[in-house]
Ligand binder design. Sequence first.
Ligand code: C2E
Ligand code: MG
Ligand code: MG
Ligand code: MG
Length: 275
Amino acid sequence: AKKEGKNKFRLFEPEIQSSIERSSTIRKKLSEICGSHYGLSLAYQPIITHDNSQYNHFESLLRWHDDELGSISPAEFIPIAEESGLIHHLTDFVVKQVVNDLQEKVSRLPDDVTFSINISAFDLSKPSNGLSTLYDALNSNPSLAKHINVEYTETALMEDEALVLKNLNTLREKGIRIALDDFGTGYSSMTHCHHFPVDIIKIDRSFIHDYHSNVASRNIVDCIFYMADVMGLDIIVEGVEDQQTCESLKSKAFGMQGYFFAKPERLESFLQSSD
Ligand code: C2E
Ligand code: MG
Ligand code: MG
Ligand code: MG
């Protein structure tokens, strides 16, 4: 840094510098596609429930392929979309695509099919046209509600708790089931389930992946099962990756999800296999 002269200094290490540059590139690209939704698509991952012989529950997961950057993980771009206020454009895309998939492929789907939509805490705690798109779809076709679940993660970003509560209550009144995602991590708590209209808890995969090898994880998970039962909540376990975990959780959980059963894929690939 000395070579660069007395008045010049490097604020950041190169790695930090390049990660800041990547974030701002992603932010810029997201703002360019928010109208066209260019490069966005949905993958669906089955959620296995008791003795279902064909897949009927799916979680929709957003995918983004950029011509220059390639495929970018939602774990990377969703937080950037949230910080920059662009998230509701993404939610808008997801809702439209899910509704479209439900309507277009309805004849090839089981009657009791449900699609889960991940809704950001920002969609619930700020005015969001992503959520308005969902309300519009439900108003014009109320029978969609029984086919849609909404998943959200409790975060510190829920500034306006009254609005979160109002939105969740509205969704539920319309017939949508509400799932609390990533349970056990971050801010999510049983107290939250007590105050907010939650129907389903999704236990985070960080507790599931070492359920067998780690006594602490096993105790936490068993404790969540116990409390959920007392509170009348259903449980979905995320990140089931092996037979052993599947066997020990299948009688307790309402639903199971993970690479052991299926990875997220285009919806078509699941429809073909069930035809
Ligand atoms: P999530 O909602 O908890 O979704 C589950 C994530 O775990 C997905 O990652 C899924 O591919 C992954 N997963 C499922 N089974 C397994 C397994 O057995 N092993 C492992 N290692 N991973 C498994 P994905 O698709 O990369 O999404 C990451 C996160 O990004 C999601 O976590 C969610 O928080 C967010 N996200 C994805 N799509 C959307 C969306 O449409 N809207 C919003 N707001 N957030 C989204
Ligand atoms: Mg989810
Ligand atoms: Mg999440
Ligand atoms: Mg999760």
